[in-house]
Design a protein around this ligand. Structure first.
Ligand code: NAD
Ligand code: LMR
Length: 311
């Protein structure tokens, strides 16, 4: 089985490394437009195999999509990251064209691949890939919710001084500062988090989560890659191993949560067919309102994309 990662930059190379180390597929192809970079990173990664004990072969490709042929899953990370002072939405003018042309090449060589978008602005780039790929909606999805809940869970683990493994959480909406962490669906080994932390501290963690990407951009001058690469690799694993895992992912909603014809974060089941089910959990009025206002922000960016007339 083969997995391709397009974009051999920070997120793509990290994702390729983690997928390879999981030892769950025969081959990981890393493709980039920059001459030699993906070949170099693949070779470097392959030389970690004897040290880190895995068998996954790593193949680099400078824009030659024939090497990606018949991939089971393709992760698209190509595009520019933001710099301090920018929002993810500011990337649309450059990344929309990149995601479109990459998706065209991906489907040409791997018509059956499940496609996971990482490039920002995430929800709208996933919509752009779906419109370009002309594939069933269960085969095109975006990575954001696993990353955003990972940040939320990490902050909670620190505040409660417990293992991050024991924190289960749900978060919905777009991958922007309007995202909607859901404390009502957050537990520590089954114990509602609201019983373990006071409201003021929890509210501060929710706010920090919403701006979690920006916090890292301000620290590093570019955006994060370890947690994003790991999160995308977890989606790959769920699909290639047919794990039926329940994760928040960016998926096409057609009526669920009262939202139509748009890509936005929702809990889903991930297995060999990609998005196998969209789970509709009960939201109270306040949560519904936050979700709809997040979706409205995504719609605004979709309108910008539509105005670009490139799809
Ligand atoms: N969804 C998320 O949660 C999430 C998290 C982190 C980063 N991102 C986004 O992922 C993208 C990549 O981030 P990064 O930090 O890896 O950036 P990066 O600059 O390190 O890597 C991007 C790579 O894409 C390549 N590329 C550009 N155009 C290409 C094309 N047409 N074909 C193939 N490769 C091409 C570049 O050469 C570069 O190597 C950004 O848009 C960033 O905002 C999203
Ligand atoms: O914040 C960014 O620009 C990158 C990514 O979306 C993230 O949340 O880390």
């Amino acid at each position: 089985m083969k997995v391709t990662v397009v974009g051999a930059g920070n997120v793509g190379a990290t994702c390729a490394q983690i997928v390879a180390e999981k030892n769950i597929v025969q081959e990981v192809v890393l493709l980039d437009i920059k001459e030699g970079v993906s070949e170099g990173k693949s070779l470097d990664l392959w030389q970690t195999a004897p040290v880190n004990y895995y068998d996954t072969r790593l193949v680099g490709s400078t824009n030659d999509y024939s090497k990606t042929a018949d991939s089971e899953v393709v992760v698209i990370t190509s595009g520019v990251p933001r710099k301090p002072g920018m929002s993810r939405d500011d990337l649309i003018s450059i990344n929309a064209g990149i995601v479109k042309s990459v998706t065209e090449n991906v489907v040409k060589y791997s018509p059956k691949a499940k496609i996971i978008i990482v490039s920002n602005p995430l929800d709208v780039m996933t919509y752009a890939a779906f419109a370009t790929a002309k594939k069933p909606k269960n085969e095109v999805m975006g990575m954001a919710g696993i990353l955003d809940t990972a940040r939320y869970r990490a902050f909670l683990a620190e505040a409660l001084d417990v293992s991050p493994r024991d924190i289960q959480a749900l978060l919905m909406g777009g991958h922007g500062d309007t995202m909607v962490p859901l404390p009502r669906y957050t537990t520590v080994s089954g114990i509602p988090v609201t019983e373990l932390i006071d409201k003021e501290k929890l509210d501060a963690i929710v706010e920090r989560t919403k701006k979690g990407g920006g916090e890292l951009v301000n620290l590093m001058g570019t955006s994060a890659w370890y947690a994003p690469g790991s999160a995308a690799a977890q989606m790959v694993e769920a699909i290639v191993m047919d794990q039926k895992r329940i994760f928040p992912c960016c998926v096409k909603l057609d009526g669920e949560y009262g939202l139509n014809d748009m890509f936005v974060g929702s809990p889903v089941k991930l297995g060999k067919n990609g998005v196998e089910e969209i789970l509709e959990v009960a939201l109270n009025e306040e949560e519904k309102e936050m979700l709809h206002s997040s979706a409205k922000a995504v719609k605004g960016v979709m309108d910008v994309l539509d105005g670009m007339n490139i799809l």
